[in-house]
Design a protein around this ligand. Structure first.
Ligand code: PLP
Length: 449
């Protein structure tokens, strides 16, 4: 019997973050090619990719110099490793490229294949750091509710999604405090006071656990997968102060925010944060190859490189030559074409302003975002913030209409999230807004609004 691609997908492929029963029954969209900022499914339908893949193809899908860098490297040295003091040229070149673009305290990098492994690496690094400093009790790590830091058991434990924790037993040294979710707050404080107040949860948690037991705080500058939670301006200065005063390391997860997404190379600059460790992945290769890692500050590196003994951690593909080739080419484009500087001066403010124009739409309760990262919170009633429907149905319905009308976005609860490539033109942003407005109109109609 003839099996279509869709049948084979349903029969054999277990998709990540998917309702597997539903997928087995209904299957899903299969994408077969991409060009510039557009993706095409197997039936030839075109969608504007308002998510840059999974927040990673920041330069879109037509970057021939990245292709060439990968294929050239394939001919020269398709694989070699970096274990036991050996390595290869591209891993060294990539390390140098990263040091050049990351904040000045970072002069060393540890490579992984993914953001999840990079966050596992962070745990290994902070525990080793404090062991070497003869503070072995400093093991506890504080993270935030609704955070996403990856899917390995340890990275998933750092994350704060109940839906993930319900399915496995995580590590026992992670604690979660509230995220600075202004839209979800219905107390008396103004935005600035709320920012400080929610940051104070970190101080309280450190005091509860005992400073002598706490190793680090991990957070994204702007929480992405939680629905683009943009912190009040007062949040990060307070968090930074607390970490310094109480001698705990600050791990900044820039897997989504890094490489230009917020209008600077790193959101550490956007929010004036000085992390001790910085997680990267995704946009580092424009999504063309799997690559992640941790930028290690001089403070941490000085300890782990000035004491004898092996750091017993690493991956067969740490610093893979093809991933590094893609990474070097990606960083070269960002640098040479001044993608981030130009984007921050023009397309990013344009994107944010166009999105803000949707604040008047009857089902839009809030528009928030920075740079090329944004979310629209959907509501039934603007003043009471009543949800469109229970169980996040409103977001899912809106996303369905967006896809139907040629726009790929993501729904998180009742929010619609968008993070288009940094290389969009004004006309392309206009098209995104047009398609999004159609989706909002259909959603409003669906709920009789
Ligand atoms: N950290 C953040 C903030 C992420 O958004 C993600 C992935 O979406 C990860 C870590 C995990 O990265 P990966 O999927 O490459 O393991």
């Amino acid at each position: 019997t003839f099996k279509t691609l869709k049948d084979l997908d349903k029969a054999h492929y277990l998709h990540p973050f998917t309702d597997l029963q539903e997928h087995k029954q209904k299957g899903g969209d299969i994408f077969s090619r991409a060009e510039h900022i557009y993706i095409y499914n197997s039936e030839g339908k075109q969608l504007l990719d308002g998510m840059s893949g999974l927040w990673c193809s920041n330069l879109g899908y037509s970057q021939p110099t990245i292709n060439k860098a990968i294929t050239q490297q394939l001919e020269v040295l398709p694989y070699y490793n970096s274990f036991f003091q050996c390595t290869h040229q591209l891993a060294v070149d990539m390390a140098k490229s990263l040091v050049e673009v990351t904040p000045p305290q970072f002069n060393k990098v540890f490579f992984t294949n993914s953001g999840s492994e990079a966050n596992d690496t962070n745990i290994r690094l902070v525990h080793r750091y404090y062991n070497l400093l003869e503070k072995p009790n400093k093991k506890q790590i504080i993270s935030r509710k609704n955070a996403y830091h990856g899917s390995t058991v340890a990275a998933g434990s750092l994350g704060g999604f109940n839906g993930m924790h319900e399915q496995y037993t995580g590590v026992n040294y992670v604690h979660h405090i509230a995220e600075p979710n202004w839209f979800g707050y219905d107390g008396e404080l103004d935005r600035d006071a709320f920012g400080k107040h929610v940051a104070q949860e970190l101080a309280a948690k450190i005091d509860e656990l005992g400073e002598e037991n706490v190793a680090a705080f991990i957070a994204e500058p702007i929480q992405g997968a939680a629905g683009v939670i943009v912190p009040p301006e007062t949040y990060w200065p307070e968090i930074s102060k607390i970490c310094k005063e109480r001698d705990i390391l600050l791990i900044l997860d820039e897997v989504i925010c890094g490489f230009g997404r917020t209008g600077n190379w790193f959101a550490a600059e956007t929010y004036n944060i000085e992390p001790d460790l910085l997680t990267f992945a995704k946009g580092v290769t424009n999504g063309y190859q799997p690559l992640g890692g941790v930028m290690v500050s001089d403070k941490v590196a000085d300890v782990i490189t000035c004491n004898e003994g092996e750091f017993t951690h690493g991956f067969t593909y740490s610093g893979h030559p093809l991933a590094c080739a893609a990474g070097i080419a990606t960083l070269d484009i960002l640098k040479n074409e001044q993608v981030i500087e130009k984007g921050a001066a023009d397309i990013m403010p344009y994107f944010q302003a166009r999105l803000r124009s949707l604040e008047d739409h009857p089902i839009v309760g809030e528009v928030r975002g920075v740079g090329m990262l944004a979310a629209l919170e959907l509501v039934k009633n603007k003043s009471s913030k009543e949800r469109l429907a229970p169980d996040c149905e409103g977001g899912a319905i809106c996303k369905m209409h967006a896809i139907e009308h040629g726009l790929m976005v993501r729904s998180v609860g009742d929010a619609i999230v968008t993070a288009p490539p940094l290389i969009c033109s004004r006309e392309e942003i206009d098209l995104l807004i047009t398609r999004l407005t159609i989706a909002l109109d259909y959603t409003a109609k669906h709920y009789g609004i």
